[in-house]
Design a protein around this ligand. Structure first.
Ligand code: NDP
Ligand code: CA
Length: 304
């Protein structure tokens, strides 16, 4: 306990004119972290919900995003929804149809994706829970898509949170799920005349098909964290870093996609260094998840 927080700083690209702050974060399902993940270098006390929930809320309070997209949420109704409601957020939750959490003794229900927005900044228009399909067949992965109206600008934005199929060997399934999500989102933004932000744990590195599909989609999407690199063309070196009994995993799997014609990236939160993350990697007493939060500020581009 008392371990210091990461000292992350924003890389500023533009003078933020009333920016919208977005956070993407796979917070690590409590049942998976304690029950199935075998994070062999993380002390059990650091994995307790009583410890982790405080760090998760601290992270939200440290950056105060207007939009918060979370994966592996298995404490929505009893913890996150009430705590965030008291901080001025409204949320929607979509549980996975067959969550692995349910296999863990003493679980707190299925995990899923949650999407919260700051009620003082956004007016609610619509929210849909989406069960992702692959070749028309239902899968175990989901998305939440919420359409909001910015109270300052009047502009509409559709925000989606998703968590694609994990593990190697499933690249084809992630690609099929990604294409299904893109079709859903194309319909939503067309019907609602909204720009788009898609946050997720895609479980896919930047060379994977689903990443290329998102970059090439007719929606005109770009990945915000590329702005952290010198020439703005490469993703961070990692968004997750953990040591399981099966070995170490350091990879970029999480993304914030946005409509490049409608939105501009004003700032992106940098990623902690290897030294700061430490030799035991994540999660740890300092940080509650094996995935880092991604945070960036957007503003609406002028309409033509
Ligand atoms: P995924 O492969 O997508 O993994 C589910 C979760 O497990 C993710 O949150 C993932 O986290 C995590 N995970 C990945 N690797 C590991 C690991 N090494 N140790 C611990 N956790 C890990 O699985 P699905 O959601 O597609 O399916 C979950 C399970 O449910 C499957 O094992 C399947 O057998 C079962 N299932 C049963 C069905 C039925 O009808 N009986 C139907 C569908 C599924 P991250 O994304 O961070 O890697
Ligand atoms: Ca996980």
């Amino acid at each position: 306990d008392g371990a210091p927080r990461f000292q992350r700083t924003f890389v500023h690209l533009n003078q933020g004119g009333g920016a919208i702050r977005v956070m993407q974060w796979n917070i690590l399902a409590q049942a998976l972290g304690e029950g199935l993940d075998s994070f062999v270098r993380c002390p059990l006390e650091a994995l307790s919900w009583s410890h982790r929930k405080l760090l998760i809320l601290e992270e939200v309070l440290a950056y105060r995003p207007h939009i918060l997209c979370l994966q592996e949420v298995d404490h929505y109704y009893d913890t996150l929804q009430p705590a965030l409601a008291a901080l001025g957020y409204s949320g929607h939750f979509c549980p996975k149809p067959w969550s692995l959490c349910l296999d863990v003794e003493g679980n707190n229900g299925p995990d899923g994706c949650a999407l919260f927005y700051d009620r003082s900044r956004f007016e609610f228009i619509d929210s849909v829970n989406i069960g992702l399909t692959a070749l028309k067949i239902p899968t175990n992965q989901v998305a939440v898509a919420t359409t909001l109206r910015c109270k300052r600008t009047g502009r509409r934005v559709c925000v989606a949170a998703t968590h694609l199929k994990a593990r190697s060997g499933w690249e084809w399934l992630r690609s099929a799920q990604g294409l299904d999500l893109l079709v859903h989102l194309e319909n939503l933004v067309q019907n609602q005349d909204a720009s788009l932000i898609v946050c997720g744990d895609f479980n896919a590195v930047p060379t994977e098909e689903v990443y290329r599909d998102f970059l090439a989609s007719p929606l005109g999407l770009e990945s915000a964290c590329k702005e952290l690199s010198q020439d703005g063309s490469s993703e961070p070196d990692y968004t997750t870093w953990k040591i399981r009994s099966t070995g170490e995993c350091c990879a970029t799997l999480d993304y914030i996609w946005y409509s490049r014609d409608a939105l501009r990236v004003d700032a992106v939160l940098d990623v902690p260094s290897e030294e700061e993350i430490g030799p035991d990697r994540l999660p740890s007493f300092s940080y509650p998840s094996d995935h880092l939060s991604l945070v960036c500020d957007f503003s609406f581009r002028e309409e033509e």
